[in-house]
Design a protein around this ligand. Sequence first.
Ligand code: LLP
Length: 415
Amino acid sequence: MDSYINYCNFFGNAAPEKLLSEYGSPLYVYNENILRNSMRNVANIVTKYPFTCNYSIKANSNLKILKIALEEGLNCDAMSEGEIRLLQMAGFPNDRIFYVPNNVSKEELQFAIDNSILTSLDSIAQLELYGQLNPGGRCAIRINPGVGAGHHEKVVTAGKNTKFAIASDDLDEAISVARKYDLRIIGINQHVGSLFMNPDAFLSSCRNILHFAERFDRLDFIDFGGGFGVPYHKLSGEEAFDFASLTLKLTDLLDEFVDKVGYTPLFKTEPGRYVPCESAILLGKVYSVKTNADKKYVGTDIGMNVLMRPVLYDSWHDIEVIRNNEVVLPSDKKEKVNVVGNICETGDIIAKERELPIIYKDDIIAVLDAGAYGFSMSSNYNMRYRPAEVMIGSDGNPVLIRRRETFEDLIRQFT
Ligand code: LLP
């Protein structure tokens, strides 16, 4: 694919230059059709058995996106009191929110209990605390399936090197703690990690968790977690995640399980990234192009505060160059550059030694696949204002879905 922007007419009736002059640069731009489409893809991972898909809102918690998820019939998972409250604000009823916290206070657990939000506990200590707060209640537990996956060691959340979940060796203890407080464990969940394109590790984790499920008399649900990948190298031909093949293989495992245990629980998944990732492009401006010790630097306003993934995980995001509102198509006039931001750190690099069309001052840089863990992980480092977010609606017209921050927003909390 030469250009994703052209391929899907990403900006609809809006011109990138006009968007930046109206809403400020940098700017997150979402495309509603692409977003809804990916929501529909994950809603049907399992079709043969009762199934719900929980969107994991840590990937992107813009209120408009949550409202669209609600319209599309997704449920959601939350990681914190703040995420729960935001989901309530978006209109999610409490029984469509699944709280999957990690190392939280008594007060935060109590908040979920007071709001009747089903909670999954991920350690014996947190289960014990939950039992004390809500004896006789219902809960879930998160089990380490022993197999992890992910694009970087920092985001592998199961297996041997992770803080997450109750080890399978501690399952008996968890069951007896639950008994002590008359807690009913109605579901179990897992999450292998973030971003896999090959589903083999995920499927073997599903096999393991289904095996652990046999230790319970009867479970209302089994949640396989998220992690489904997105082709971040789409401009060089990387294919989309193959849900059709996953569905076939996963359904085989479920058939086997249902046959063996003689009942059918509700099955769930918990994708974050897959849902908003490809629906957003991060736009920024080029302010300088220079050479320093033989290396070429394209200086933009897309700092690591706006998109942290390249710095944190060495993540790759495809980049397109826009000039006079047109994508500069890859031609033989290319050169290797470092696309950098405006933050006071040498590591503030969006793309390292990347072959790109020749870039000039005043061009626009479009960073693809920026919808997941983009804005949600942004910060005010260097006292920079977080950008606005705009959505190109199904009618092709842009709507502001979060205004750009102001100086006043940043100083509000000083006492
Ligand atoms: N469920 C649980 C319990 C999780 O911890 C996560 C992600 C998800 C679901 C959703 O996973 P996803 O489908 O998005 O892979 N900031 C990193 C990703 C961190 C993911 C953490 N947990 C990145 O930008 O790559």
